[in-house]
Write a protein that binds this ligand. Sequence first.
Ligand code: HEC
Ligand code: HEC
Length: 337
Amino acid sequence: MARSWGRLLARIAGYLILVLLVLAALAITFTVGWRPVIGAKKRALTARKFEPTPERLRRGDYLVHAVMHCMGCHSQYVEKSNPPALASKEGSGQVLFEEGGFRIVAPNITSDPETGIGKWSDDAIARAIREGIAADGSILFPIMPYEHFRQLSDEDLASIVVLIRSLPPAHSDLPLDKIPFLFARLIQAAPQPVTEPVPAPDTSTPAQRGAYLVKMATCSDCHTPLNSKFQPIPGMEMAGGNPLGEVHSANITPDASGIGYYDEALFLQTMRTGSVRARKLNLIMPWWIFRNMTDDDLKSVFAYLRTLKPVHHIVDNTEKPTLCKVCGQKHGLGERN
Ligand code: HEC
Ligand code: HEC
């Protein structure tokens, strides 16, 4: 039942794996020389506890269900439901990607003590989310976006842990990851301990508020195109073109070829309905999660997007794919760039 949505995600996952392999390989060559041999950076767990206050529960609920799309990976959805409807208990996990000797599983993060994370301490959950280390000290594959989540403020982190702990337990036995030896060594470069306090983000202007939300929503993972070495193409931040299943991500910079013609009202409508006027967006774009953001937050995201450098890059998913010399992908109207 839930296969099709899973496959959709699997395609993203497959794509990200490639990206990460290369990034990790580069990182090893240039920066972290011996990490794959001597093991990942990690800190010891502390006894800290996050008091489950109603404020934290509310904030955690909002971050998890409106901004950070944890459940896009950690839950299964009914095939072809639009917007996606849960096919199993929320947070009970799924196999994200499986091919050949490779399997990546988004684990059960409900409070089930056997198959979930019911026995993990608060700090173990916190360390997994922001630093990429599981309770037993093993390394999480960086498809789990801990490299973005590292900048999550301490209070927001506490709120997410409180929310995750409140999820009803679901018993769900999933297979283990299968990560080829070389990958398993390479990803040792990804985890970074967070040992300093992370203060609340700067929220003095709508654009500053938006910058934090955009980081936590990992918009750039899908919207910033990569070169043949799988590195972000300099000067093309959020300019789109990344292949994601049947579609390519959109140029969301303020250029005329991007979303320069949007006003705030059209942006809110698009993020709430998944349609740009009559044109329906593919479900790979997690509008069905972002639609839960408040008007104020969506307006802040829009304000931040307006501060990006306008990049001329035509990407049109309604047209036949042709080679684009700007991003190197084959996408709709690529020949016009
Ligand atoms: C893009 C997909 C994706 C998103 C988004 C995501 N995760 Fe994960 N998460 C994963 C994967 C995959 C793993 C397991 C990695 C591995 O097996 O090495 C993981 C692992 C975890 C773990 C460790 C569990 C264990 O048993 O090892 C926790 C806790 C967790 N995620 C919580 C969260 C929370 C909370 C959020 C949102 C704030 C989130 N994740 C967002 C994919 C995701
Ligand atoms: C998992 C990948 C993914 C993430 C994360 C993501 N997007 Fe998208 N987005 C897409 C894809 C793919 C499309 C193109 C969909 C289509 O044309 O059917 C798209 C389309 C859009 C559009 C429509 C543009 C147009 O007029 O065609 C907007 C606006 C947008 N995204 C904004 C955002 C913002 C803001 C964020 C972060 C809050 C975000 N996206 C996060 C994949 C993603």
